[in-house]
Design a protein around this ligand. Structure first.
Ligand code: C2E
Ligand code: CA
Ligand code: CA
Ligand code: CA
Length: 274
């Protein structure tokens, strides 16, 4: 009998530990942002499917934690969203990425934007401020948003996206296929690019149904004047199938892993600016 109670106490204790731990992490992340230490961007190139040339690159954030080592964005992005730090983090990433594109001459840079950042009605203004500060032309910035954002079907989000795109900034729909986007959401909001989720790419050559779904997405993109990128390309077979399907751009470990800013700048300089 007493056993049940003991277990409940143990459970409460563990829960307390988890809460404390998240609070500590939150403080560490706040300090990292305030002091500009430990956070870093890596860049994964995105290639034209038809020519194999580098088209641009996606910025991906990394956090080198003092005691835990390198932390995955999959853990600290949700933390930042929960604790009200995502705006600071998101604009830090955007400023860095824009300045990097200017400094290196990278044709364009893609930045991931959390749906939470769109709650700020001044979001578009702040993006324009960063472009002005860094001197990056709007057409050299791509924002990667997720399907969940469109699903909210919010007039404010719709207006923000319209405002951003009117300036020449491109909007890409990330992880496409994993959410519930419908053609009507796509039409209402307007996006410039679909990024097919890597879980689809991984099934190419293994699952005929996935293959025809991907073909349909690529055809849909063409019909709606959107570019289509496939992410997570890891094998030559996947690359060939995607090229044959008419997918516009490819991204994945086969072509390039995410690179440090120095590595990408070196490679880019060696290849000569396109
Ligand atoms: P994502 O935007 O879908 O980014 C693609 C993820 O897949 C990256 O993981 C990338 O390193 C990985 N990847 C690229 N090519 C391949 C491949 O061929 N095979 C496999 N298995 N994986 C590949 P990463 O860098 O760990 O980022 C995870 C997620 O964290 C991102 O997914 C994105 O949603 C989020 N994230 C990263 N940076 C930021 C950021 O600055 N802001 C926001 N809001 N989210 C970010
Ligand atoms: Ca992305
Ligand atoms: Ca993605
Ligand atoms: Ca993803």
């Amino acid at each position: 009998k007493g056993n049940g109670r003991g277990r409940a106490q143990l459970f409460a204790g563990e829960l307390g530990d988890a809460v404390r731990e998240r609070r500590m992490l939150e403080l560490d992340l706040r300090m990292a942002l305030l002091n500009d230490t430990g956070l870093e961007l890596v860049y994964q190139p995105i290639f034209e499917a038809s020519t194999g040339e580098m088209a641009g690159a996606e910025a991906l954030v990394r956090w080198e934690h003092a005691t835990r080592g390198r932390m995955s964005p999959a853990t600290f992005i949700p933390l930042a969203e929960e604790r009200g730090l995502i705006d600071m983090l998101g604009f830090w990433v955007m400023r860095q990425a824009c300045a990097y594109a200017v400094a290196t001459g990278l044709p364009w840079v893609a930045v991931n934007v959390s749906p939470v950042q769109f709650r700020d009605e001044r979001f578009a203004e702040r993006v324009f401020e960063i472009l002005a500060e860094t001197g990056l032309k709007p057409k050299r910035l791509e924002l990667e948003i997720t399907e969940g954002l469109l699903l909210q079907n919010s007039p404010m989000v719709q207006e923000t996206l319209r405002h951003l795109r009117a300036s020449g900034i491109r909007v890409a729909l990330d992880d496409f296929g994993t959410g519930y986007s419908s053609i009507s959401y796509l039409r209402n909001h307007g996006v410039d690019k679909l990024k097919i989720d890597q879980s689809f790419t991984a099934q190419l050559g293994k699952d005929a149904e996935i293959e025809s779904i991907m073909r349909s997405i690529i055809d849909l993109g063409r019909a709606m004047h959107m570019k289509v990128t496939a992410e997570g390309v890891e094998t030559e077979q996947q690359q060939q199938m995607l090229q044959e399907m008419g997918c516009n751009q490819l991204q994945g470990y086969l072509l390039s892993r995410p690179l440090t800013s120095e590595r990408l700048a070196e490679q880019f300089a060696a290849a000569g600016s396109p």
